[in-house]
Design a binder for this molecule. Structure first.
Ligand code: ADP
Ligand code: ADP
Length: 228
């Protein structure tokens, strides 16, 4: 069944200097458990698309459904998001950073903490729970950011160039890690990337977008793509 269904979704930003059409007639269906990569040149609307799925921006035309809700009406905890920079809070330890989406809403329970520790152990950071972000490498910080995105068990994991700022070797290691997480958690995932090898390695399907206006121009099912 489909987790995401977008039907001729459009987005126009209204600015002081005029309207900018960021997305035009985007029709896309993402199956439950699928891993989709989105590629395309700068300005083609990739980030806008992710922000609309995350309810951080509202679309201005068309309709979209995420799970059982209309886009825009979905709860923010339906999605977990990973950005290019890990954006961990420097004064909190790693465990508290991972728990942040929970503690912004309520007091974290022992079960919440155990769940967060399980995630940290899954990415090899079990020993680093009480460290501060600056004590970890960039790759390790990004792993913690992935744990933070997963801690409230969202139905959809969104990643916007998550490894773009990392060196090639760290990037390769994290690609393997994300592939393993996806197989372990059955999480539906959407990844924005500039790297075609990364897209093909991680995704079952690659969506190709083009700018002015941002739209989907191609869709490629990855032959011999990843399996669970
Ligand atoms: P990508 O992630 O593919 O680089 P974006 O979604 O960031 O594309 O941007 C798509 C288009 O929308 C671009 O022309 C960009 O300049 C414009 N845009 C993005 N965010 C805003 C905004 N907040 N206000 C006005 N225009 C925006
Ligand atoms: P990653 O493994 O996340 O790609 P690195 O390549 O920088 O990050 O680090 C390789 C390994 O070295 C890590 O998995 C970790 O075991 C160890 N390491 C890196 N930085 C630190 C640190 N600040 N403190 C302790 N161990 C570290």
């Amino acid at each position: 069944s489909a987790l995401v269904e977008l039907d001729r979704l459009g987005k126009v930003y209204s600015t002081r200097t005029g309207d900018v059409t960021a997305l035009s007639e985007v029709t896309l269906r993402i199956e439950d458990g699928e891993f989709v990569a989105v590629v395309g040149p700068s300005g083609c609307g990739k980030t806008t698309l992710l922000k609309i799925l995350a309810n951080l921006e509202q679309h201005t035309s068309g309709v979209g459904i995420l799970g059982n809700n209309e886009l825009g009406a979905n709860r923010s905890d339906d999605v977990g998001m990973v950005f290019q920079k890990a954006t961990l809070l420097p004064w909190l330890d790693i465990l508290s950073n991972v728990l942040l989406p929970v503690t912004l809403k309520r007091r974290a329970s022992a079960a919440d903490k155990e769940n967060a520790m399980d995630l940290l152990r899954m990415v090899g950071l079990g020993e680093f729970a009480t460290k501060r972000p600056h004590e970890l490498s960039g790759g390790m910080q990004q792993r913690a950011a992935i744990c933070r995105a997963l801690v409230h068990e969202p139905s959809l994991l969104l990643m916007d160039e998550p490894f773009g700022a990392l060196d090639a070797m760290t990037r390769d290691v994290l690609n393997v890690e994300v592939n393993r997480i996806w197989r372990d958690t059955h999480k539906t995932a959407v990844l924005i990337t500039h790297s075609i090898p990364e897209a093909v390695f991680l995704a079952q399907r690659v969506i190709v977008m083009s700018p002015r206006p941002g739209r989907i121009v191609d869709e490629i099912t990855v032959p011999f793509g990843p399996e669970r």
